[in-house]
Design a protein. Structure first.
Length: 248
């Protein structure tokens, strides 16, 4: 099965070093990725990012947003990067070199269009909540005695692997939603919110564990590899269920 070519967006979450942002933009340009988004950047740092030699277009078109959801809402594949050393993860990390094979094995691979590649801050990496939005977590196979990489270098390695595997759409195309496409994160979050409302009404979600349960529900919906049509059906079921609960 052929590895799909995707429109990739690199998302830097809370970066604090302008040199790292510039290096990331340069690496993207090197390997044919054009779309950069920055989530909640440290404002003085963001203002310092003026140019990156050879990647002026990437920097000029880069966008800053306040919430991660604003950066990945239209993506139907979200890939998180982590060394896995700072948190107790509830799932296995996939070596970056195995990612193309993992993607080819997914039943929804041919229905994917827009992908997002997430990198956490230099100091703390991706938070547990940020990782809950990811379909898969990948790690660069580094030496155990020095697992973490500089942000700009990590972006470069990941972009190289995506390009080497033939996974980068060139030039980036316009994403057109189809019923059979894998659902994007914005639609999935709407379905999750409706599901949470129903589960709150029936008393399934307990106050002490509510946040943890919601993260697990998000993971469950991601693992189901739902299409746009599937989510429309699920949304209709949940809407009718909620109406019936309120109108016994």
């Amino acid at each position: 099965m052929q590895t799909p070519e995707l429109n990739w967006r690199v998302v830097l979450v809370r970066p604090r070093n302008p040199l790292n942002i510039g290096a990331a933009a340069r690496a993207m340009a090197n390997f044919g990725l054009q779309e950069l988004m920055v989530v909640a950047p440290y404002e003085p740092v963001w203002q310092e990012v003026r140019s990156a030699v050879g990647a002026e277009n990437v920097v000029r078109s880069a966008r800053a947003v306040e919430r991660l959801e604003d950066a990945i809402g239209d993506a139907n594949l979200v890939v998180g990067t982590t060394a896995g050393t700072r948190r107790n993860l509830d799932r296995d990390l996939l070596p970056l070199t195995e990612f193309p094979a993992w993607l080819r094995a997914r039943t929804s691979a041919s229905r994917l269009r827009q992908a997002a590649l997430l990198f956490g801050s230099e100091k703390t990496g991706l938070s547990s909540e940020a990782m809950s939005f990811c379909h898969v977590l990948v790690r660069i196979p580094t030496a155990p005695q020095c697992p973490s990489m500089n942000l700009g270098q990590a972006v470069a390695v990941c972009c190289y692997e995506l390009a080497r595997a033939g996974m980068v759409s060139t030039p980036p195309g316009t994403v057109k939603l189809r019923h059979s496409d894998a659902v994007n994160l914005q639609a999935l979050e709407h379905a999750l919110a409706r599901l949470v409302n129903v589960l709150d009404e029936v008393g399934y979600l307990k106050p002490k564990s509510r946040n943890a349960q919601i993260l697990k529900l998000r993971r469950l919906l991601l693992d189901l590899e739902l299409t746009n049509y599937d989510v429309r059906v699920l949304g209709g079921i949940l809407a009718q269920t909620q109406w019936k609960l309120n109108n016994p």
